[in-house]
Design a protein around this ligand. Sequence first.
Ligand SMILES: *Cc1c(COP(=O)(O)O)cnc(C)c1O
Length: 393
Amino acid sequence: MVSLMKDNTRVNHPPAVHLAADNRPLVAPIYQSVKFSLDSVNETVRLLRHEREGFFYSRSSNPTLRQLELLLAELQGREDCLLTGSGVAAIAACLLSLCKQGDHVLLFVESYGPTRYLVQNIMARYGVTHTLLSIEDLTGIDQVLREVPTRLIVFESPTNPVTKIADIEHLLAAARHAGALTIMDNTFAGFHNHGQYPIDIFLHSLTKYASGHGDVMGGAIIASADLIGSMRKDINTLGPTLDPHAAFLIQRGMRTYFLRYERQCANALAVSRFLSASTRVKRIFYPGLEDHPQHLLARHQMRDFGTVVSFEMESGHESAGRFCEALKYFSITASVGSTESLVMPPQLLGGHEFDATQRRASCLGPGTIRLSIGLEDPEDLIDDLRQALEVAY
Ligand SMILES: *Cc1c(COP(=O)(O)O)cnc(C)c1O
């Protein structure tokens, strides 16, 4: 058919490609479109009233995002999921949506730094109070929950960087008694862990194991349909949307999630066995090692032990810095869960705001080093660590 449109009109109304219903792409396409339209005003009104299925504006939802949300909810064993543009966006949007002035939040010294900053600095400005304890202080946790009406308990396991294991059953029992919601940042353990516990909300940074390749950022909030539904409008209004192209890349990363995670765990165990046998290493933290103080708890709660290995060098700062610079296959940078191995020296591990008690609980010492184990050959990684330990001393 010959088009009657003039060129300026035509370029804005290109011919549509129709895919027959029995002719599907094997990889879900990227819906790189902000807007979706329906032919009828009435149907559009029904859509906006949630009386029918469909998409309207990508800040609220988009088919590419929805596909990833359905996958992540299923892997984590919950009904629904809401994606955000980064992991911290998921944490901030979730906590802001669930709290009001006067609410109290229990969180932990071993929590991710920006989570503590959010609660202690930003939410404090809006009248939300908090208590900061060590995740190991079970007596303190019970006491606070007995004495202070508490809206949220926000925790992680294994913790960063020294891989402490939260006693989830204890936390959940105390939370249930106190009527508090439990929020677990499950980034380190992954979507295949901890779903068997009745934790109310899981948070993930998709920047880590989901994307897996260190080239895209994202976050996820995973919970019951009711809880996600109660937060959806708030979070849509806060606007931490994930871009469809990023969602597509994360979805692609997820295809190899288990292969990567399993291999990285196996490499982490090999590396931690080597380090624990080294005389240069004062203390090693990896929950997969039988002499980790919470190895049995980790074995009870998790299907594997994660890909982060931390250790304390015999001597402090300076040799730790030399060690990190001597490594060939570990890059000095933030983050975990990439295909390549990464290292964080004590100078970059943070915790500067802690008082003496909190510092002890954090287990951060002058020679603490965090390794994020990648997909390299484990023998190469071990050879690299061996030569860097030699250089450091
Ligand atoms: C990285 C990380 C985050 C934040 O994720 P971003 O995607 O970097 O915003 C949150 N929690 C944990 C445990 C993390 O490791």
